[in-house]
Design a protein around this ligand. Structure first.
Ligand code: CP
Length: 317
């Protein structure tokens, strides 16, 4: 297996099956630290730099919390608009990371331009973690989701997935790549105009993913062991910030997971994931149901970032 020490985490396209399991083993080992709300000194000599050019609640703070749980330090942009990348100069990714690499030992970057973390990785002498790039990928979220499924179901192989939402969404691309490494057929359910882009379909085909499409979640939810949902009503991820203007539409029934749908059509032991934030695609009365696992997913988000930070800094092998 390739070492994780010094490695960039940019995409799940290049993740091998045994590497997923190694990350999950390290996560399991570190999990009690987060569960017991302890801070240890594993990364006490390390600093995480957060370079977020787009809003985030979970990805940024989960990385920060993970670093703090492991005893490290954190620094980062208060607001990308208040950096030289966000003002008159529009400083390039190259010039920015040639500075940031001296301020810490790992950079986690979220950017509205697809490929920006990859560009950063070309120039930085320290590892770059992709915290979401435009409509590109969101590898740490999907590592979190697979770890959640493994914990909840005791296996990854042999599970059937249904993914519902906007297939231009970066999580969906990382999910497709990840599932190529497991025996996990998947059905994608998306509105017209939000279908899986052809380049990802071509990659999934070439990598042996068993995938198909459906128009209505009600037609396929009964087959699912894992239901992963993203919004269909959402901002433009190619913008640094997309304000809500006026009334927003509601999610059509085809892409909505209601308690009635779960009760009437889902397997009783299926699990429901949503990386959040949500709109109305999962109503709050689903939160306390036997299917929902999104709060567990949120906790695992910290554990997964702990594992990745421990591995890429070389503190654990
Ligand atoms: N799931 C996720 O990426 O959330 P944030 O946008 O809040 O980071």
């Amino acid at each position: 297996m390739r070492s994780f020490a010094g490695r960039d985490i940019l995409s799940l396209k290049d993740f091998e099956r045994n590497e997923f399991f190694r990350v999950f083993e390290i996560a399991e080992e570190l999990e009690p630290i987060a569960r017991n709300r302890r801070n240890v000194d594993l990364l006490k000599e390390k600093t995480l730099v957060t370079a977020f050019y787009q809003p985030s609640t979970r990805t940024r703070l989960a990385h920060e919390a993970a670093m703090i749980r492991l005893g490290g330090q954190v620094t980062g942009f208060a607001d990308a608009k208040m950096t030289r990348a966000g003002d008159f100069y529009q400083e390039s990714i190259k010039d920015t990371v040639k500075m940031l690499e001296f301020y810490g030992d790992v950079i986690v970057m979220r950017h509205f331009q697809q490929g920006a973390p990859h560009e950063a990785a070309k120039w930085a002498s320290i590892p770059i973690i992709n915290g979401g790039d435009g409509w590109g990928e969101h590898p740490t979220q999907i590592l979190t989701d697979l770890y959640t499924v493994l914990n909840e179901k005791g296996t990854l192989d042999g599970l059937r997935w249904v993914a519902v939402g906007d297939m231009r969404m970066r999580t969906m691309h990382s999910l497709g790549y990840a599932l190529t490494q497991f025996d996990c057929p998947i059905t994608f359910v998306a509105p017209p105009g939000m279908e899986m882009p052809d380049n990802y379909k071509d990659d999934f085909d070439a990598m042996g993913l068993d995938f198909g499409f459906a128009d209505h979640v009600g037609d396929v939810i009964g087959e699912a062991d894992v239901i992963l949902v993203e919004p269909t009503i959402q901002p433009d991820y190619t913008k640094s910030r997309d304000e809500r203007k006026g009334e927003v539409p509601t999610t059509p029934e085809n892409y909505k997971i209601t308690l009635d749908l779960l009760k009437n059509k889902a397997k009783s032991d299926a699990i429901l994931l949503h990386s959040l934030p949500r709109m109305d695609e999962i109503p709050p009365n689903v939160d306390i149901s036997r299917w929902s696992r999104y709060w567990q997913e949120a906790f695992n988000g910290v554990v997964m970032r702990m594992a990745l930070l421990a591995l890429i800094t070389g503190a654990m092998e």
